[in-house]
Design a protein around this ligand. Structure first.
Ligand SMILES: NC(=O)c1ccc[n+]([C@@H]2O[C@H](COP(=O)([O-])OP(=O)(O)OC[C@H]3O[C@@H](n4cnc5c(N)ncnc54)[C@H](OP(=O)(O)O)[C@@H]3O)[C@@H](O)[C@H]2O)c1
Length: 384
């Protein structure tokens, strides 16, 4: 008889969360969902809880939690507030926690899950960016499994390899919807244009991050922490087809690449199935139909957010948390049409320039840097 792995899904109503539930329904004999959390989408979480027979849910927004209590009936236990989200991450009956929250708000749950001895399937890259050293202090190669497609690819390329033999990581990037355009050319792009990602269908924040290449910058910092590779040995490579999900180069100049269909359910599923592999949710690639694979350097003049993230990572300490928070504020302002596309890197740069990085010691310190950076970013945006 197959033993079912018991899973908590944080961010269950988002792009990753819903795809994770799709994986769980395809593999109901292998996955049991035991907890669900989201922010305000009470109705959807209650519906998911009923569909997957889940008894514990959390809404971080208290009004939404009230609505969920009214809708859920007596058998559904409904927690409320960010503390309850973190408590769900240490639910005794769960073995795996999928953190698919968006933003640095996910850091507390990441640390809680690892400290409680759970296996953490991590989509929430911002928690590694903001609190990298704190996360890696609790992580091992087996309890932290990346869900981001590039990092899942690298993780899989490293199976059976010695980390000391890794020479370089080649992190691929689609280039986003504005690949090939100059900064001047992008000055007046609309939210709709920026959200229209050419190869991946994702939540709004990561879609804008992909358009500015801030997402690739966050992923560089994520890769540095996950795989212990210096920034000078991480190369970003624009690959518009998104078929090569990333590559690892070794000391003997051999390169291993991970290729596949662009469907996030594949890396999500691998985080649950590893080291085994389960039936695919989509057709595999037909290489006879893949006409070509293109690669090139990113245009760092047109997409300064990438260089800013490299600089934040190299500065270390509190700087990546500051870079990330400034980006979150600027992206929210762009999405609500309070700022233009070029204001995003401009805000990040200005906030980083005003910050002196300190070595990272605690979650409270990350939260203080994050709060400071958010306030500063709002000032920068309102003084445009
Ligand atoms: N989407 C992708 O294909 C993809 C690929 C690689 C990595 N990632 C990463 O995965 C993470 C999730 O991305 P996504 O695209 O799935 O985001 P999304 O579609 O915006 O979903 C975010 C989820 O988090 C919940 N949430 C947001 N803020 C919260 C808070 N403060 N407390 C509790 N729950 C909160 C949302 O709940 P409500 O619905 O109630 O607001 C929703 O369930 C991000 O870190 C992203 O970078 C995503």
């Amino acid at each position: 008889m197959t033993v079912r792995v018991r899973v908590v899904i944080l961010g269950c109503t988002g792009s990753i969360g819903r795809q994770a539930l799709d994986v769980a329904s395809r593999h109901a004999d292998r996955i049991e969902v035991v907890g669900l959390a989201a922010h305000t989408s009470a109705e959807q979480v209650v519906e998911q809880a009923h569909a997957f027979n889940v008894q514990r849910i959390v809404l971080s927004d208290s009004d939404a939690a009230g609505r969920a209590r009214d809708l859920g009936g007596d058998r559904l236990m409904v927690g409320s507030g960010p503390e309850a989200v973190a408590e769900l991450a240490e639910l005794p009956e769960a073995e795996v926690v999928l953190n698919a929250l968006v933003g640095a708000a996910g850091l507390r749950a990441t640390l809680t899950a690892l400290a409680a001895g759970k296996t953490l399937a991590l989509a929430n890259k911002e928690s590694l960016v903001a609190g990298g050293e704190l996360v890696t202090a609790l992580a091992t190669e087996s309890n932290l499994v990346p869900v981001d497609s590039e990092h899942s690819a690298i993780y899989q390329c490293l199976v059976g390899e010695e980390r000391a033999d890794v020479e370089r990581i080649w992190l691929t990037a689609s280039g986003g919807p504005f690949r090939g355009r100059s900064a001047a050319d992008m000055a007046n792009v609309t939210v709709e244009e920026a959200l229209a990602h050419p190869t991946w269908n994702m939540g709004p924040k990561i879609s804008i991050d992909s358009a500015t290449l801030a997402n690739k910058g966050l992923e560089v910092i994520e890769a540095h922490h996950l795989f212990g590779v210096d920034y000078d040995r991480i190369r970003v490579l624009v690959h518009p087809q998104s078929i090569v999900h990333s590559m690892v180069e070794f000391a003997d100049a051999s390169v291993k690449a991970h290729l596949g269909t662009t469907d996030m359910r594949i890396p999500i599923q691998y985080a649950f199935s590893r080291p085994r592999r389960w039936d695919a949710p989509v057709a595999a690639l037909d290489f006879a139909q893949v006409a070509r694979l293109d690669f090139g350097d990113p245009d760092v003049d047109a997409f300064p957010a990438l260089s800013l993230a490299f600089a934040a990572g190299k500065a270390g300490g509190t700087m990546p948390a500051v870079m990330n928070a400034a980006n979150e504020v600027a992206v929210a302002a762009f999405l609500s049409r309070r700022a233009g596309f070029a204001d995003i890197p401009r805000t990040i740069e200005s906030v980083m320039a005003a910050h002196d990085a300190e070595p990272l010691g605690s979650l409270e310190q990350v939260e203080a840097a994050d709060t400071w950076a958010r306030a500063r970013a709002e000032e920068v945006l309102s003084s445009r």
